[in-house]
Design a protein around this ligand. Structure first.
Ligand SMILES: Nc1ncnc2c1ncn2[C@@H]1O[C@H](COP(=O)(O)OP(=O)(O)OP(=O)(O)O)[C@@H](O)[C@H]1O
Length: 337
């Protein structure tokens, strides 16, 4: 078996929610939240994984933990077989060249006082490889993302949302990474521009064999460009599997609810519209048993008390639910009774 490019194994990330004195004053004995609770997945070269889930479910925290920007409480993140969580910051640094992160907010994440040329060649300076022909590199990178060389002289405020996103991609590509992590790469863009950016990702993946981790609320993005998808709820994966399979035969009720709430449903979609009710529970006060039971249409007594184990639904499709949806002949789903 070949080693996956990225392997995340039982990753946990905790955050302190308040300082020790405040916690003492407020009588909070455990002022922590588990933003990511035992998540496992891998990505191979040339593969795209989509990470979906409501706001606060822990998607960006996974990305930041992979990049070493927040420490893992436990578990491991291995890149090409090396456990990054065991490395000192100095030994971690070379891996940052192989993994590029595109942050949310295309314009805001670009420093306003730098020209596009400086922005996209900055990684060469940061990583000490700035002795090359930076004008030539800027032209090469702009061409890769479909922008002409005149853009090199512009500043971020002179870019449209789509152009800013392309500049973000060019910057991410500077050091020839093997993995790109894109956090909401199409947020705030018009649908047509979203399509252009997705096509750009698809082309680059084809040409460069990149592995891509896409974090998004947009299920159409997931549908169109990912090979596999994972659905997060309160810091856990409730389901992961091949994208087409999950879209057509979701096994977890939360997946079903998210897919059916998609504002632009696929005309071939087989799911009835299912409203997801209630608020996302607080990470400070997690529900007992299956943590989705407070919002689940199919919850039964066992769901309130027993956490469901991970169940394999196929070769690379798994979910955590006591009463998973079943696959009928039509592809339509309903909870097993
Ligand atoms: N540095 C931090 N300190 C304390 N809590 C944090 C920190 N970073 C994130 N969190 C909390 O961790 C949880 C997960 O946040 P995260 O940003 O990973 O979610 P998300 O799914 O990416 O959300 P969104 O889609 O809104 O970006 C949230 O409750 C958030 O408030």
């Amino acid at each position: 078996m070949t080693t996956p490019l990225l392997k995340v194994d039982d990753l946990r990330v905790r955050f302190r929610t308040m300082g020790p004195l405040k916690a003492l004053a407020k009588g909070v004995p455990d002022p922590y939240i588990d933003a990511v609770c035992g998540v496992s997945f891998d990505i191979s070269e040339g593969e795209t994984l989509g990470l979906v889930g409501e706001s606060g479910s822990g998607k960006s925290t996974i990305a930041r933990a992979i990049m070493g920007l927040v420490p893992a409480e436990s578990g491991s993140v291995s890149f090409a077989g090396t456990d990054l969580t065991a490395l000192s910051p100095r030994r971690f640094a070379p891996y940052r060249r192989d993994m590029a992160m595109m942050f949310q907010d295309p314009v805001g994440s670009l420093s306003p006082r730098l020209t596009v040329r400086s922005l996209i060649t900055e990684p060469f300076r940061i990583h000490g490889t700035g002795d090359r022909d930076l004008d030539g590199e800027a032209r090469r990178l702009l061409k890769m993302v479909g922008l002409n060389e005149d853009f090199a002289r512009r500043f971020p405020h002179q870019l449209s949302g789509g152009q800013a996103r392309r500049v973000g991609v060019a910057r991410a590509l500077a050091l020839n990474p093997k993995l790109i992590i894109a956090d909401e790469p199409t947020a705030g863009l018009d649908v047509s521009v979203q399509g252009e950016i997705l096509n750009l990702f698809a082309r680059l993946q084809d040409e460069l064999g990149l592995a891509i981790l896409i974090i998004t609320h947009n299920l159409n993005v997931v549908r169109h460009i990912t090979d596999r998808m994972a659905i997060m709820y309160l810091g856990r994966f409730v389901e992961q599997g091949p994208t087409e399979e999950v879209f057509y035969t979701p096994r977890h009720p939360y997946t079903e609810a998210l897919l059916s709430a998609n504002p632009e449903p696929d005309p071939d979609a087989v799911l009835d519209r299912i409203a997801i009710s209630g608020e996302v529970p607080s990470l400070m006060n997690r529900p007992s048993g299956c943590e989705f039971h407070t919002r689940c249409l199919y919850a039964q007594a066992k769901c309130r008390t027993e956490a469901p184990a991970l169940t394999e639904a196929g070769e690379s499709h798994s979910f955590t639910c006591h009463y998973p949806l079943t696959v009928a002949h039509t592809g339509r789903t309903k909870a097993a009774s």
